[in-house]
Design a binder for this molecule. Structure first.
Ligand SMILES: Cc1cc2nc3c(=O)[nH]c(=O)nc-3n(C[C@H](O)[C@H](O)[C@H](O)COP(=O)(O)OP(=O)(O)OC[C@H]3O[C@@H](n4cnc5c(N)ncnc54)[C@H](O)[C@@H]3O)c2cc1C
Length: 377
């Protein structure tokens, strides 16, 4: 082993030991033991607090540069921390859109001013973000968005509607995909804005989900001003920005955060809810496939240097984790012990949406078929 490899291995071993110790001391008991019984307000409070704890403990923005409040480590540490968090049954971050979508976008395409303004607030847990892509008439076909931003002196006036906007009630900012040109051809008529959700003209109508939660809203913009400084990329270049965001949303870091939740559910089902000898084959199959997600993420990250190969490994993840989670919660709803019945009812209903958000399974399968396997359209 070369000295450099030994140094990297030692650094990772230290990181692992520190993270394990920190997680053992900091994961809130209220979450670990009682997650299924929490109401929406309690859940939001714990997840928000968790973001602050991560920051105070030095575990926020592991792969982001130190000058913006990150830890300057790599994607491998990000993934390793996710694996350890899964074992420790840690909460999911409330600021996940800011951390997983906005931060990499600003690092790759933002201005220095945007990075300096937003990244520290995202990583400290102060600022929650939402994503304003979908509209009543535009979901999978994102290029058809109609919410319009009219060019005015120094910025834009946004008017129109978005829907299914998760975290909109807590969010201070929105990654907003808008049409900025009514005449330019498709894919060249969009721009990506960083909109202030507290600005005059923004209104929300919460939408209640089948699980009983109202994690998202319909969001209306009535002449909301956004300055030119809050546009990412050039005017008319919003499609490329949206694609960058979607590749983070369907990528390795996102999949690890999903693994955290699915791993916790699998452990609960195996160790508590299923009675001895019950559904043994099904449980073994699910257990194996949960660990396959972890393995597939590690494989993708190991290919970090080769973007094409990495993408090939990443693109199957969204379908893998979302469909697996649905199978797991369906079985759990049948096997549940009386203590965890509410938890499984909630997770069963929540997991139904997983094959829709962040790209439906049909769309994801088309992408894998065309871009990874090279099959004809
Ligand atoms: C819980 C939840 C949270 C969400 N959070 C957000 C959010 O925060 N921000 C946001 O912007 N959006 C959010 N969404 C919206 C989500 O991104 C869209 O629902 C999704 O992109 C699908 O769009 P749609 O609902 O308009 O369905 P459609 O695009 O109308 O699709 C309907 C059906 O047709 C299929 N279909 C469509 N086109 C094709 C095709 N070309 N080939 C094969 N099949 C096709 C789809 O797979 C689907 O089964 C959320 C959705 C859910 C359920």
């Amino acid at each position: 082993m070369s000295t450099e490899t030994e140094t990297v291995a030692a650094r990772r071993a230290n990181f692992r030991a520190d993270a394990e110790k920190w997680l053992a001391l900091n994961v809130p008991d209220e979450w670990r033991k009682n997650r299924g019984a929490l109401d929406e307000e309690q859940e939001t409070r714990i997840r928000w607090e968790w973001d602050r704890q991560l920051h105070a403990g030095g575990f926020a923005g592991l792969s982001l540069p130190v000058e913006y409040g990150g830890q300057g480590l790599g994607l491998r540490e990000e993934v390793l921390f996710g694996e350890l968090a899964a074992r420790a049954q840690a909460p999911d971050s409330l600021g996940r859109i800011g951390k997983i979508l906005t931060a990499p976008l600003l690092i790759a395409h933002g201005t220095e001013q945007q990075r300096a303004t937003y990244l520290p607030a995202i990583l400290s847990g102060e600022q929650v973000w939402c994503q304003g892509f979908s509209e009543p008439g535009s979901g999978s076909d994102l290029a058809s968005v109609a919410c319009f931003a009219q060019k005015v002196d120094g910025g834009y006036l946004v008017r129109g509607r978005k829907t299914w906007t998760s975290y909109s009630r807590q969010a201070e900012r929105c990654l907003l995909l808008v049409r900025t040109d009514q005449d330019a051809p498709r894919y060249k008529n969009l721009s990506l804005l960083l909109l202030d959700m507290k600005a005059p003209g923004v209104s929300l109508s919460p939408i209640r989900q089948i699980s009983g939660s109202a994690h998202f809203s319909e969001t209306t913009f009535d002449d909301v001003f956004v300055s030119d400084e809050d546009r990412v990329g050039a005017d008319g270049n919003g499609w490329a920005m949206a694609m960058a965001i979607l590749s983070s949303e369907r990528g390795a870091v996102e999949a690890v955060t999903r693994y955290v939740e699915i791993r916790a559910d699998m452990t609960l089902l195996r160790d508590c809810c299923a009675r001895a000898g019950e559904a043994v084959d099904r449980l073994q199959d699910l257990e194996l496939r949960v660990e396959l997600i972890r393995w597939q993420v590690s494989k993708a990250v190991a290919r970090e240097e080769d973007e094409e190969r990495m993408l090939g490994s990443v693109m199957v993840l969204k379908v893998l984790w979302s469909e697996l989670w649905q199978e797991l919660t369906s079985l759990a709803a049948k096997l549940s012990c009386s203590e965890h019945r509410d938890h499984w009812r909630y997770q069963y209903l929540e997991s139904r949406a997983a094959t829709i958000y962040s790209g439906t399974s049909e769309i994801q399968r088309n992408i894998v078929a065309e871009r990874v396997l090279g099959l004809p359209k």
